[in-house]
Design a protein around this ligand. Structure first.
Ligand code: FAQ
Length: 310
């Protein structure tokens, strides 16, 4: 890598050009993108588990159909993202191996259990809501395939967000038992939803480089502030109590949160959350159960090759 190459690359970013797969890029840019996009893909795939657990227990056919479609969308998002990472030279096998052996990270949020049906609504409202804020920003990212994947993913997640909000608002205004279930879900998901947007800026080693190269256009704390500003008033309007006694609006209209328990966040990131083990076990089981499909594909490909050679 010469200083001239780097300067030309950075000038392209400054001009708002997209970097495409065959273009020259610094090795660190490629590495950062593979890290981020593959972790994002893993999050979508592992993210199917907490919600998938409730498909058989949905309270109506209507809600069951919505949930099946949502979980299926997450699988699709995982696919686009694995493809986006493949354009940078990562192989599917390497990425899956990193996930299944616990080397790769995926979003902390999916290491929390879904204890009641209201959790499904709360995931749609808060987790998809946080994901949309982060991904709308990433839709402007400098790497073309990632930015384009974000546009499609965000539009699908907008439906997820709406169905979650509709569900929680209905329960918050429903019977006393439904209200209690919605409040309990908020009590358990509020703080993890704030944490999923990443560590505070002072503890975020990747942000400066990612911002310099136009991958992230905002810091973790900026995105978190946007998320709270949108969601806090809506949750309060729905009649729910946000479990943060220090939450208040400042003179600029920003909703200021109390201290986040970053020890809990890092414990979860390091693999010691409530569901880390169960999530990895479930993914490993699914992978092992799919071995016959991979074998069949390989056998089919080998036969096509041998027929082509004949
Ligand atoms: N969980 O220096 P930073 C979804 C790690 S998709 C676990 O700030 P960065 C859809 C981070 O990797 C949700 N680890 O890192 C859905 C780094 O470690 P490393 C996923 C985390 O990259 C909805 C270290 O901490 N979205 O929910 C987390 O600048 C409903 C230092 O952090 C994406 O992946 C975390 N929450 O900023 C699906 C979006 N946060 O890798 C189903 C793409 C940080 O150096 C149902 N990613 N770490 O060893 C991003 O935007 C960024 O990577 C951040 C983190 C913002 C997540």
């Amino acid at each position: 890598e010469t200083p001239e190459q780097l300067a030309a690359f950075e000038a392209r970013i400054q001009n708002g050009e997209k970097i495409e797969p065959g273009d020259w890029m610094p090795a660190a840019y490629r590495q950062q993108l593979i890290r981020m996009i593959s972790q994002h893909a893993h999050s979508e795939v592992v993210g199917m588990l907490p919600e998938g657990a409730w498909i058989t227990r949905a309270p109506s056919l209507h809600r069951k159909m919505i949930l099946i479609a949502k979980v299926q969308d997450e699988a699709g998002h995982g696919q686009y993202l694995y493809h986006a990472a493949e354009t940078l030279g990562a192989t599917r096998e390497q990425m899956l191996d990193a996930l299944l052996t616990g080397k790769a990270k995926y979003s902390s949020i999916f290491n929390y259990p879904t204890l009641t049906w209201a959790d499904i609504g709360m995931i749609g409202w808060l987790v998809d809501g946080a994901a949309i804020k982060n991904q709308t920003m990433l839709a402007g990212a400098s790497y073309g395939p990632y930015s384009r994947a974000m546009v499609r993913i965000c539009s699908e997640e907008t439906f997820h967000h709406k169905q979650g909000k509709e569900m929680v608002v209905a329960y918050a205004q429903g019977t006393p038992a439904q209200r209690e279930m919605a409040q309990d879900a908020l009590d358990r998901w509020w703080w993890p939803a704030l944490m999923m947007l990443g560590p505070s800026d002072k503890d975020s080693p990747n942000t400066p480089q990612l911002m310099r190269w136009g991958v992230k256009l905002k810091t973790n704390d900026e995105v978190r502030q946007e998320f709270i500003n949108e969601h806090a008033p809506e949750l309060i309007e729905a009649g729910l109590t946000i479990p943060d006694p220090l939450l208040h609006q400042d003179e600029q209209g920003n909703w200021i949160h109390g201290p986040i328990n970053w020890d809990e966040f890092w414990q979860v990131v390091k693999g010691h959350g409530q569901m880390n083990r169960a999530r990895l076990e479930a993914r490993n089981r699914a992978h092992d159960d799919g071995a016959w499909v991979r074998d069949a594909l390989n056998a089919y490909e080998a036969r096509q090759h041998s027929q082509a050679a004949d």
